[in-house]
Structure formats: C-alpha cells, structure tokens
Write a protein that binds this ligand. Structure first.
Ligand SMILES: *Cc1c(COP(=O)(O)O)cnc(C)c1O
Length: 475
C-alpha cells in the first residue's frame, strides 16, 4: 500500500467503526458473563509460538488481529476479574484514548500540549483540593506510580539534602524511611538515587501490616549514629499486598519534629480522598509534602495516568534543573504549562484528556461512587469469609484488597501453603476467575483486589464454591 493511502481518512473511518463494534461486543459479552473466561491462560512458550507463527505470515487482515488481541487478553471488564489493581477503564475514557493518540500532542512544551497542559493543571488542582492542600500546592501527571514516587523522592532530595546533589553528586549517605510493606518501587527509587540497601530503612509493621510508627524515633536515631542522613519518610496509603494504610498523622508529626520530607505513596488508596465515607483512611494526608495517586487504579482511567501533587508547588520545579535550550527559552522560570520541566518524560501521553472526559461525562460523583462500591463490596466479601469455616481471613482489610486462604478440613497447617498455591494455579488455568496470591509472614494467601464495580457478591460466593470444589479434588 502506498504511504499516502495508509493515512487515508476513509480507511480510518471504516476501520474505526469495525473496531468500536468489536470492542462493544466484547464489553457486552464480558459484562454479561456470556464470555466465560476471564483469563485465556496459556504458557509463555505457547503464546510466543502462536504469535511467532502469526508474525511469520507477514501482512494480513488487521481485523482478525484485533479479534485475536481481544480474545487472548485478560478480560479486565469481566466481573470475575479480581486480580491485580488495574482499573477496568470507563469506556468513555478509553475512547478518549483514541482521540488523544491520534492527535498525539507530546506535552513537554506548551505548544505541544495546548489542551492537555491546562487540563492537567485543572486536574492537579482538583486533586490538591481533595487532599486538603491550599493554593500554594500544585502538581502534574506522569507515567505511573513507580516513576511518580521516584520523581517525588528526587524533589525531596533537592529540598532536604544538605548539599546540592544534582550539581555535585552525593557526598553524604542519604536515606529514607519506609514500612517493610511498601511497594517495591520505593526500594528501587532509593537505590537508583544511590542510597544503597543501607539507605532504605525499613520500619517494621504491626499485625495489620501498618508501619509501627512508634519505632520511627529509634530507627532514626540508629541511622544517624551510623552516619546516614535521613531526608524523608514515606507513608503507604495503602500498601499493595494487604491494602493497609499507615498512620499518616503519626508520620506527619514525626516529619515535622525532624524537618523531614513526608511523602505519601497513595498510588492505589489515595483515591479515597474522593469519598466522604472512606476518606478518614487518609487522615493526615494534608500534611504531606508530596502525594502520588494513580488515576489508573481506583479512578477508572486507562493506564498509565498518575498524579504527583506537591503541597508547595515550587518544590516541584527543584527536581530537575537542567538546560534544554531547544525546548524552553526561559530556563529558570516556573511555568506550569511547560510540562517537561517537572517530569521525567520529554514526550508524554495526553493523559489529562482521558481523565477529563470522565469528569465531563459524569462529574466527580462517579469517582466517589466507584471507590465506595469497591470498598463496600470488600466488606461484604469479608462477611462471607467470616461466616464460612472453610476459609480464613489474613487480616481485617481496610480497603478493597482482601487476602484469605482455604483451610477446609485440613488440620495440618504445614500443608496450607501448598494447598492454596495449587488452588491458585488451578484457578489461573481454568480461567473462570482471576485472583492472585501473596505471601505474608511465610503464609501464602489468595488475594483479590475488587476493582470492577460490576462484580457482585454472587460472583464472590461462586468464587468460594469454586475454590472449595477445586480443593476437594486436590486434597
Ligand atoms: C501500584 C502501586 C505502585 C506502582 O504504580 P504503577 O502505576 O504500577 O507504576 C506503587 N505503589 C503502590 C502502593 C501501588 O499500589
């Protein structure tokens, strides 16, 4: 096909209609559960062979390619998807993704984000207001919680390190304090920043997997004696494995006393700031210096779209001070509209339009409704588990993440890990549900994140009977 024709508007129109029809059919089938597989599991080798053969066939029909992609992917919109913390994106938001990707305005400089830069500003201000920050706050969107946490810690270093590490390199051994349950990306960020394993001070957790904030002082003193310069404490809101919220008020007070940066990793749970019913889980969030919230977790947006909000917007401009004359004429100034001055990304997706489309269509209320629905559903599931002697709950959950295990008639606790690992593998291969597993203090648990507001308590009842049936077969 000639190059010009590949850009044909007429072909695009026709292909887009076909694709949207296919996606709508998929949504219908997944949501009504006419589609029975949540995950069409095959081994990595099997999948590679399939696609290698397809690739070797060369140019072909793109519609059948689309069809295979839909059929062979994990179906996040299926009500029995309850695995990792990925949102089933609202269709309007995904559709806006098509708009954004065709327009492809690359964000880094104002002229390349005429729409998306101001929208990003408006959305950051909205989140700042939800968090409880005042008008000196501000932030931006970036590609995922992992990158946002690293960006926040770089800002923390720029503000709190005794010397200018950006210009002079490290001369002190810097450190951060974080709960042992924190997401692994915090550990990565600290190592990337040269802190090494010594510089990641892991504070132990209590029986609900929350940071034991009463230990902060002792660990801090010990770090100082060892010659470490602590710059920040990171609170998890919530942790990934169990959905435990750290005591943010206590961490805030500790940071205030020691003049440390207080960062909150609210990638998953920061979304409760939208909920009247559940926002007390993040009491103290307004005292943070920086907060990360993923729009693509509980806020119904396709990945990736992560907010990083600073209590003092000026801090955000301290992260990267670097010259790129071809991009920005005015290097030193703090311009919110030149996205790339504050983000890792140079070219960046137009994330804000996908979020804005949700608010434009349904208002903020839908975000609150989603957070409430998912949390309420988790509570109902916990009641089911408590009433069923075949199962054991790991901890009383605070969020929409529930960890539990099958006990059944088994009296030897040493067998519980193997039994539950086998159950999980069977669920994966059967494909009718998607749940994951996690190990907490050497005990293996099944783990669900209730991310789909269309999941019902009946789906969860069926999950438990399915697990029991599998268990009967394997025990
Ligand atoms: C998901 C998650 C992350 C990582 O965010 P990505 O957007 O996947 O990069 C970090 N911290 C917590 C607490 C999370 O739940």
């Amino acid at each position: 096909m000639p190059l010009q024709q590949a850009y044909s508007a007429a072909i695009f129109r026709q292909q887009a209609h076909t694709l949207v029809d296919m996606l709508a059919d998929y949504l219908e089938a997944a949501q009504s559960q006419a589609l029975q597989t949540v995950i069409p599991y095959r081994t990595p080798e099997e999948n590679l062979v399939f696609w290698q053969q397809d690739f070797n066939q060369g140019v072909g029909d793109v519609n059948s390619f689309f069809d295979e992609v839909i059929r062979q992917s994990t179906h996040i919109h299926h009500p029995r998807y309850m695995g990792h913390q990925v949102s089933p994106p609202l269709p309007i938001s995904a559709l806006t993704g098509l708009l954004a990707e065709l327009l492809n305005n690359g964000m880094a400089v104002y002229e390349m984000g005429l729409v998306s830069n101001p929208l990003e500003r408006i959305l950051s201000d909205l989140l700042a207001q939800k968090i409880g920050f005042d008008s000196s706050s501000g932030g931006f969107l970036t590609s995922g919680g992992t990158l946002a946490n690293l960006t926040a810690l770089l800002a923390a270093r720029a503000v709190k390190a005794p010397t200018d590490v950006w210009e002079q390199g490290t001369s002190q051994h810097l450190a951060v304090m974080v709960s042992e349950e924190a997401h692994y990306c915090i550990d990565r960020a600290a190592r990337i920043m040269g802190m090494g394993s010594k510089g990641i001070i892991k504070v132990p957790t209590n029986d609900r997997f929350q940071m034991r904030t009463e230990c902060l002082e002792e660990y801090y003193q010990k770090a100082q004696l060892e010659g470490l310069t602590v710059i920040a404490v990171i609170g998890s809101a919530c942790s990934t494995s169990t959905g435990a919220y750290d005591n943010l008020l206590a961490i805030a007070e500790f940071c205030r006393q020691h003049k440390l940066w207080f960062h909150i990793d609210g990638a998953h749970g920061g979304a409760v700031a939208f909920s009247k019913k559940y926002k007390s889980l993040v009491n103290g969030i307004e005292s943070a210096d920086s907060v990360v919230i993923d729009w693509h977790k509980m806020l119904m947006t396709p990945a990736l779209a992560t907010a990083l909000i600073f209590k003092n917007e000026k801090d955000a401009f301290k992260t990267f001070h670097q010259k790129a004359q071809y991009l920005w004429a005015n290097q030193g100034s703090e311009e919110w509209y030149n996205s790339g001055k504050r983000t890792f990304e140079c070219t960046k997706l137009m994330m804000s339009v996908k979020i804005y489309a949700i608010l434009k269509s349904y208002g903020e209320r839908i975000l609150e409704e989603n957070v409430d629905t998912l949390h309420d559903l988790a509570k109902a599931f916990v009641d089911l588990l408590k009433a069923n002697p075949l199962f054991e709950l790991a901890i009383e959950p605070q969020s929409n993440i529930v960890c539990f295990r099958y006990i059944g008639q088994e009296t030897n606790p040493e067998r519980y890990n193997t039994i539950n690992a086998t159950i999980r593998q069977r669920l994966l291969e059967d494909g009718a549900f998607y749940v994951v597993q996690t190990t907490l203090r050497d005990k293996l648990y099944l783990r669900v994140s209730l991310m789909n507001p269309l999941t019902t308590i009946n789906d969860l009842k069926t999950l438990l009977t399915t697990i029991d049936t599998i268990a009967q077969e394997i025990m």
